[in-house]
Design a protein around this ligand. Structure first.
Ligand code: SF4
Length: 490
């Protein structure tokens, strides 16, 4: 998917006009939010588990260089071949080289956000390899050339009629809106691809340094097929996926599936250590693991920014975000959406390109309350805002002066002196009062964009300072009266 984060404002306006998409985004988010809270009750102490996993994620990120080295050593010892890719182009080149060198013409894929980050499908197709997504939702949006609507439900926005039309076209089935019949048709169609594919390509949910294993979580069995039938398995992972040992991996997976789909555990959890060994009945002859950096090691140098690597892609933050629940995933302009996207996209694509994403944040903080990674989204958004305000050469962030930043500079100048604050507040109240209609301020000649979707109550008849001063003068009068009565009594 070609990033379009610069079009965020424009796309938000389009989404807000799309009543169907708006309602759907809210409903989908609401369902996942409910499933998550229900599933968390299966823990004796969910709060403690959230704390433990957040600590584990923090530790894993702090120890990333050592964990990655150990993972490479153990995975290689188990028979896998490990590659390091500095960027998307290198990762795609490594993978297309492996595939084309073997003369493979058909690839099946398991759902992988990282492969979407690198646009791997496009690179393989350019190299003459036919690629099929194996996850049903991903398969549908792939065939329609659409971006996924939601990290967990990529095709959840489509009606049965739309899916039927697609399947009639590509599979030649009779039109039907029966979901079971549609599922069966996709199964028959994709089975054939799985049976004949030369390579299975997957992502990685968690990599275990202790054993050199990769763990894959899914519900449809397509990843099981992609990793067991083709002779070659290629797994692509970003650097932050590694944890120290099996215990940490299971702890993270337990919270991932609960936060993601509201399941105590997903239908399939595959733990793969090296390729098929002698005597084993299935599995690939070769396992290749590509570890992608793509700018992560650069922002890793910054102790605050590196916390963005704690994300485990559970999608819980999407379901609680007041912005995501009104506009849906595709509006974010790239594969990572919601608060997760507002954190990751600026670091992966460039802070200036994604400025509107984090500036749209209302700072409600719901995202960080539910985050299993213990990420502080709001601190990161504020940090990005500072970068834009002051520039940040280490990440090539340009200083940008916008209407909002000019206003904030003026505001900061006023706040630095009590005298300026008092005069500014008086002038501000006078200005605001002139724009009150029916008890609310619905528009101002300045901050037009801000008022497009919000309004403000009319200013109170008096300020806190005025109220305080009046209380103090009343107290003075009262105490003067009391003193007087005591005097009289004496
Ligand atoms: S930021 Fe946190 S809540 Fe959002 S997807 Fe990542 S781990 Fe899940």
């Amino acid at each position: 998917m070609i990033p379009q984060t610069e079009r965020y404002r424009e796309m938000v306006l389009e989404s807000l006009k799309n009543e169907h998409q708006r309602q759907l985004a809210g409903r989908v988010a609401g369902v996942f939010k409910f499933l998550r809270s229900y599933a968390l009750q299966s823990y004796e102490d969910p709060v403690q588990v959230m704390r433990d996993v957040a600590d584990t994620r923090a530790r894993s990120v702090e120890n990333l260089p050592e964990l990655l080295e150990r993972f490479e050593e153990r995975a290689t010892a188990a028979g896998a071949k490990v590659y390091w890719a500095r960027n998307s182009q290198e990762a795609n080149q490594i993978i297309t080289d492996i595939v084309t060198a073997k003369g493979i013409k058909l690839a099946v894929k398991g759902k992988s956000m990282v492969s979407e980050e690198t646009e791997l499908n496009h690179a393989l197709e350019e190299a003459g390899v036919e690629v099929y997504e194996g996850d049903l939702g991903e398969f549908i949006v792939q065939q329609l050339h659409q971006p996924p609507f939601h990290i967990v439900g990529p095709a959840i926005h489509l009606s049965a009629e739309e899916i039927s039309d697609l399947f009639v076209k590509i599979m030649g089935i009779e039109p039907t809106t029966d979901p079971v019949a549609l599922g069966r048709a996709a199964r028959v169609y994709l089975r054939d691809k799985f049976a004949t594919a030369g390579v299975g390509i997957t992502g990685v949910n968690v990599a275990i340094a202790e054993t050199g294993s990769i763990c894959l979580v899914e519900n449809e069995g397509n990843i099981r097929l992609a990793t067991s039938q083709p002779r070659v398995h290629i797994a692509i992972m970003s650097i932050e996926k590694v944890v120290a040992d099996v215990g940490e991996a299971l702890e993270a997976i337990g919270l991932l599936t609960r936060s993601c789909t509201g399941q105590k555990i997903s239908s399939y959890v595959s733990v793969i250590t090296g390729p098929r060994r002698d005597g084993e009945s299935d599995g690939p002859d070769e396992l290749h693991i590509v570890i992608l950096d793509n700018g992560r090691s650069t922002f890793y140098q910054d102790p605050e920014l590196r916390q963005a690597l704690r994300c485990i892609r559970c999608g819980a933050c999407l379901g609680v975000c007041p912005i995501y629940t009104r506009i849906g995933g595709p509006t974010y302009g790239w594969i990572y959406s919601g608060p997760m996207g507002a954190v990751l996209n600026p670091l992966l694509l460039g802070v200036n390109r994604c400025q509107d994403l984090f500036e749209a944040c209302t700072q409600c903080g719901f995202c960080q309350e539910v985050c299993p990674g213990g990420m502080k989204h709001l601190d990161l958004f504020n940090r990005y805002r500072q970068m834009v305000l002051n520039g940040f050469p280490a990440l090539n962030v340009r200083k940008e002066s916008k209407e909002g930043t000019r206003f904030m500079k003026l505001f900061a100048w006023g706040m630095r002196s009590p005298w300026r604050y008092r005069v500014g507040a008086k002038l501000g109240r006078f200005y605001l009062k002139k724009h009150v209609k029916d008890g609310r301020i619905k528009a101002l000649p300045i901050l037009k964009g801000w008022f497009q979707y919000r309004d403000l109550p009319a200013p109170a008849p008096y300020t806190f300072r005025e109220w305080w001063a009046s209380q103090e003068s009343q107290n003075v009068k009262l105490s003067a009266g009391k003193e007087g009565s005591v005097t009289h009594g004496q």
